[in-house]
Structure formats: C-alpha cells, structure tokens
Design a protein around this ligand. Structure first.
Ligand SMILES: Cc1ncc(COP(=O)(O)O)c(C=O)c1O
Length: 367
C-alpha cells in the first residue's frame, strides 16, 4: 500500500474522533442483537428527516438502491424515458436501465452539473422523470428543473449521493424533488463502514411504498402486498452514522474552508477551479474538490510522485464504455470536462500542513 503524505480522505481519523461512542454503540448493538430495522434505524431516519426538512427518510442499503427503489416506486417501466447526465457515477444510469427504461443524456455545464436549457429538447411523450445529479456537493438549478417538471408533468428524482447538506436557494438537496437519493458509502460526506443509503420524500404514498419495497414487500410479517427486495439500512450502520452526524455541520464548515483556501492559493494557475465560487444561490458542501487541467494525466503522475492521493473520477465518460450502449451524441462539454478533471484531497480532518503541501505540490508542477 502506498504511504501517502496526504491521503484523499482519512476514515481512521474519523474513527479516532468518536472512538468511545463508536465502541459503545458497537457493543450495545451486538449485546442486544438488534440488527435489522430496529430503533437505531428509526432514530436515524427521524433525525435525518428533521435535518433535511422533509416528512420522511427511509434507510436503504446503498445509494444505488435508493435510486432503483425510487424509480420502482414511481412505476417507471419498460420503454419509459428518464433524463439525466452521463457525468455521474454509473449507478445513476444503471438504476434507470434495471427497470427497462431508457436513459436520455444531457450535457453538463461548467459547474459539472446538468445544463438546464438542454433538458426541454430531450423531452418526448415517453419521458417520465428527470434525475438531476448534484455532483461534488453542488446542487443543480432546481428552480429550472422543477418548473420544467411541472410544465411537462414529470417526476424529479434528486441524485443527492454527493450532496448531503448542500442547498440551492436555501433549500436542501433531497427536499425539492419527489424523492432524494443519498449514499452513505465511505467516500461520501457522511459515511458508514460499508454500504448504506437513504431516500427522502414528502409524499405519503411514496414513503409507504418504498418502505415496503426495501423490506420484501411487507408492512408486517403477516401483511405482504407486493414482491419487494432486501434493501435495508443495517441497524449498526444507522447507529454509527447517527454518531457521525453530530460533527456533520462542523465538517461541512471545514470542507468549505479548505475549498476557499484552495480557491485562493490556486487562482493564478492555468487550471479550472470549481466554478463559480460557493456563494449566494448555492451552498456547496464539497464532497469533492475538482479542478480541471489540460495536462491532467501528467499532473496526476506528479501528485502521486509527491505522495498526494488524487483521483480522476469519471475520466472516461460512461457513453465511451461501448457495451453500455449509451447515446453520448452532442455531449461536448462532457467530453471536454472528463479529459481534464482531477479531484484533490478534501476532508474535515485535513491539517493546515497538508493543505499547504497539496498547494505547493500543484504549484511545483507549473514552475
Ligand atoms: C452521484 C452518485 N450516485 C449514486 C451513487 C451510488 O451510491 P452507492 O455507492 O452508495 O451505491 C454514488 C456513489 O457512489 C454517486 O456518487
């Protein structure tokens, strides 16, 4: 394993921060054998619903299942069309194809999110939903998306896997669409030791249906009204996530400070910074801090030699994976952006020395 001077994230530091509480929760849950859909899950769901300002949160076993179960709950089916972006993790599009629906891809803008003025031309009589993906901790323009959805009678599924805590016009990711889908994967702002996720909604019908879908179609052991799935957030994971939630707001503040530091210290270099800076309409949470650079691959090599762990996420657009048979025609910004992007380390436990070292390493590349 590489001995990084600056790792991309630091999960062991998160463990150390709450070690006593984590260990207590672990032994409490293990001792009483409360593993599946117990009080820790309900408590986490209620707390998260309060934080997001929504009526319901339903814990599921991943962000991927959050998307898939939402699509199922909305009765999106064979030959329906769902508009989304190619610049996302493959799970967004997989969830659409798993019900036999067709993903229709729109291009992205300079903030790496869906270009709203490109949506309407893709709407057909078969379009059922839009899935805006709030990438890297920045929300899409939900006002435009919501008004298009109302105009054309479409559902909105917010892929908020990377945007817990982010806001657009004071409204939180996951609180605007019909449903919001979140991931608790270790690379996300709030994570569990493994896979986990949840769905947010204000809709009574969807709440009930998704609860059934995640648990074998049953409301109680004696009431099974549909064939469902096994997709529950583990009780232990819910207990651990609830502990981490206590430092969530401080963590976001720190992420935004690091982003601000990078913004200032890198602004004179020939690179593209996350754009535009986090202010006004947008409240960004920086799940990732992504820069763009013409000589991206050489920069990555340079950073790795400096022992700074950087990642190229979505460097190959999904439509370039030929076996997925996706139509990427006209996604010119997506092509350009994918060839340039690289994500820098950003995490609340990051020391000032490490922040400076990342900046010095990048600056060294351009000397
Ligand atoms: C934008 C996006 N959507 C969906 C997912 C899927 O989440 P998970 O890994 O929890 O299944 C992820 C995370 O990997 C993601 O980044």
């Amino acid at each position: 394993m590489m001995d990084w001077k600056v790792p991309f994230i630091n999960l062991s530091a998160q463990y150390e921060e709450f070690k006593i509480e984590f260990d207590e929760a672990f032994s409490r849950v293990m001792k009483c054998g409360s593993f599946i859909l117990r009080a820790d899950v309900t408590d986490f769901e209620n707390e998260m619903a309060k934080r997001l300002g929504v009526k319901y949160v339903i814990g599921v076993n991943s962000g991927t299942d959050a998307l898939y179960l939402s699509i199922r709950a909305l009765d999106i089916n064979l030959d329906d069309e769902v508009i989304t972006v190619a610049h996302t993790f493959v799970a967004t599009i997989a969830a659409i194809t798993h019900v036999g629906a067709k993903p229709v891809l729109v291009d992205i803008g300079e903030d790496y999110n869906m270009l709203c003025h490109k949506i309407e031309e893709k709407i057909t009589k078969n379009t059922k939903a839009i899935i805006p993906v709030h990438l890297n901790g920045r929300m899409c323009d939900m006002e435009k998306i919501k008004s298009l959805a109302i105009k054309h009678n479409l559902f909105v599924i917010e892929d908020s896997a990377q945007a817990l805590g982010a806001k657009f016009n004071q409204k939180r990711a996951g609180s605007i669409g019909d449903v919001g889908c979140f991931s608790l994967h270790p690379m996300k702002i709030l994570s569990v030791p493994g896979d986990g996720g949840f769905i947010s909604t204000n809709n009574d019908y969807l709440n009930k249906k998704i609860r059934k879908l995640r648990d074998h179609g049953q409301t109680t052991k004696t009431d099974i009204s549909m064939f469902g799935f096994n997709s529950r957030l583990d009780n232990l994971h819910a207990a651990l996530a609830a502990i981490k939630l206590k430092s969530f707001d401080v963590g976001i503040k720190k992420r935004r400070e690091i982003a601000d530091f990078y913004d200032k210290k890198l602004s004179d270099l020939p690179i593209t910074l996350p754009c535009p800076p986090s202010s006004g309409t947008y409240y960004d949470v920086y799940n990732s801090y992504v820069i763009g650079c013409e000589r991206r691959d050489t920069l990555v090599e340079h950073m790795i030699n400096k022992k700074v762990e950087v990642f190229v996420h979505m460097g190959v657009p999904l439509y370039e994976h030929k076996k997925l048979s996706l139509d990427g025609a006209g996604l010119n910004n997506n092509n350009y952006i994918s060839s340039r992007i690289v994500s820098l380390p950003i995490y609340p436990e990051m020391s000032e020395d490490n922040m400076n070292y990342v900046v010095e390493s990048i600056r060294g590349f351009f000397k």
